[in-house]
Structures are given as structure tokens and as C-alpha cells.
Design a protein around this ligand. Structure first.
Ligand SMILES: NC(=O)c1ccc[n+]([C@@H]2O[C@H](COP(=O)([O-])OP(=O)(O)OC[C@H]3O[C@@H](n4cnc5c(N)ncnc54)[C@H](OP(=O)(O)O)[C@@H]3O)[C@@H](O)[C@H]2O)c1
Length: 226
């Protein structure tokens, strides 16, 4: 893997969050492959995104795209998480998989409903197994804010049990103009996943166009604790 500039695959890259992240990373100079259940759909979306950023973007089935990348970002609805991860499992061993899943259970998306496993990120780790370094991120940023060129007033909390993998993902977050913060163990992802329902409630209550999360305080550079 090119540590400085890993190839990024976005599984579910035809969707709202996935396509927005693809544009941001491709614009930042990364090689991006987007995946779909339908390879033709991914190639069409990749061509559309490439037109937009003026740089080649690749498309293929989810497992093709994941097989040819160093870091795999999974951006599919909670209802599709298990089937999608089972589909890519054999090609992601030894890699970093970034899970963005929020366990929303429509129609009550403004109510926190965490799964019995604790959080969606824990589910991802149990499906993918110990050979995959699962990192969880991006639960609290609205996809349409990422699509806009405006500055995004939102921090990205990054969780994972492998500190080096977390640091790699924080680097990828920073590369697209956002501040990534170590949030601790993968199980702590429950906090960010739960907050999404709170943010959706705030959007509705105060007519906010994509409320985000900002952590305040005086940050001094230091090595995070595990
Ligand atoms: N949207 C946001 O603002 C946002 C923000 C933070 C976190 N998230 C989280 O990010 C994830 C993706 O959200 P999204 O809004 O981008 O989702 P989305 O646009 O509804 O779906 C993303 C992609 O998932 C695939 N997909 C949809 N239904 C599927 C199914 N039943 N089985 C397998 N694949 C399916 C589709 O790709 P193909 O049909 O091409 O396979 C689709 O383009 C979710 O877990 C969400 O909670 C979203």
C-alpha cells in the first residue's frame, strides 16, 4: 500500500455519502474506485464523477473495487450492511475497512436504536473477522454538505481498535478538508451512531440544513492513548 496516498474503494459509491466522499478524495488527488452491486452502474457513476472532478475515477462491482484498493469505505444502508460485508469479506483480509453505517431503523430515524451488538461497527468487525482492521467514521456529517463546496462545520470522530489504522483514516479525513479526531475504541462508535438520530431530530426541529458535530477545547498535538 502507498502509505501516503492509498487507493480508496467506496463500496456503495453510487449512493449519497459514497459519491460525495469519492468526489472529495478524487479531487484531493487520490485514486478512487467506486463499487456497486451492479458493475455497470458503478462504471456509469464513476464516469459522471470523473467528469466532475477532471480526474479518472474507476467503477466496478463492490468486490472488484474492494479487491483493487488499500482502504475500503463501506457506505450502504444498515439494512444492506451484512450482505454487503459478506460479499466483500474474502477480498478485504489484511486491509482497513472504514464502516460508515448508522443503524437507522426507518421509520423512526429520529430515535436512537442501537443494535444488541452495541453498534454497527461491532457488527462489521464480527462479520469481517480479526484479519480486517475495522475503523468507524463519518456518521455525523450530512452527505449533501460534503457535496457542497462550502466549508463544513463538522468534526469527524474516528473509532477503531487499531491505532495505526485510525491514524491512517484521520489522515484521509484531513485530506478532504475536515478535522478527524481519535474517538477511541471501535465500541465507542456507538456514541457517534446514536448522535446521528439526535442530529436528524435537530435538523427537523430547528430547520437546520445538515447539523454537524463540533468538539470544542484547546487541542495540543499529542499521541492519542489507545
Ligand atoms: N446520507 C448521509 O447524509 C449519511 C451521513 C452519514 C452516514 N450515513 C450512513 O452512510 C450509509 C450510506 O448512506 P447513503 O445515504 O449514502 O445511502 P444510500 O444512498 O441510500 O445507499 C448507498 C448505496 O447502497 C447500495 N444499496 C442500497 N440499498 C441496498 C440494499 N438493499 N442492498 C445492498 N446495497 C444497497 C446502493 O448501491 P447499488 O445499488 O449501486 O449497489 C446505494 O447507492 C448509511 O449507513 C448511512 O446511515 C449517511
Amino acid at each position: 500500500m502507498n502509505e501516503a496516498r492509498p487507493t480508496i474503494c467506496i463500496v456503495g459509491g453510487t449512493g449519497h455519502l459514497g459519491s460525495a466522499l469519492a468526489v472529495r478524495w478524487a479531487s484531493a488527488g487520490y485514486t478512487v474506485r467506486i463499487g456497486s452491486r451492479d458493475g455497470a452502474r458503478a462504471r456509469a457513476e464513476a464516469a459522471r464523477l470523473a467528469d466532475r472532478v477532471g480526474r479518472e475515477v474507476f467503477g466496478g462491482t463492490n468486490s472488484e473495487a474492494a479487491a483493487n484498493a488499500d482502504v475500503i469505505v463501506v457506505a450502504v444502508p444498515y439494512s444492506a450492511q451484512r450482505a454487503t460485508l459478506e460479499d466483500i469479506r474474502r477480498v478485504v483480509a489484511g486491509k482497513i475497512v472504514v464502516d460508515t453505517t448508522v443503524p437507522l431503523m426507518p421509520p423512526k430515524v429520529m430515535r436512537v436504536q442501537l443494535p444488541s451488538e452495541g453498534c454497527a461497527a461491532n457488527i462489521a468487525q464480527s462479520i469481517l473477522g480479526p484479519e480486517v482492521r475495522v475503523v468507524s467514521a463519518f456518521q455525523n456529517v450530512a452527505a449533501h454538505r460534503l457535496t457542497s463546496a462550502d466549508e463544513i462545520d463538522c468534526d469527524i470522530l474516528v473509532f477503531g481498535d487499531d491505532k495505526a489504522a485510525r491514524s491512517t483514516v484521520i489522515g484521509l479525513v484531513n485530506a478532504i478538508g475536515l478535522r478527524g479526531l481519535h474517538g477511541g475504541s471501535l465500541a465507542n462508535s456507538a456514541a457517534a451512531e446514536a448522535l446521528t438520530s439526535v442530529l436528524i431530530f435537530i435538523n427537523k426541529t430547528y430547520a437546520v440544513d445538515g447539523a454537524g458535530l463540533r468538539i470544542t477545547g484547546n487541542f495540543v498535538p499529542r499521541q492519542p492513548e489507545g
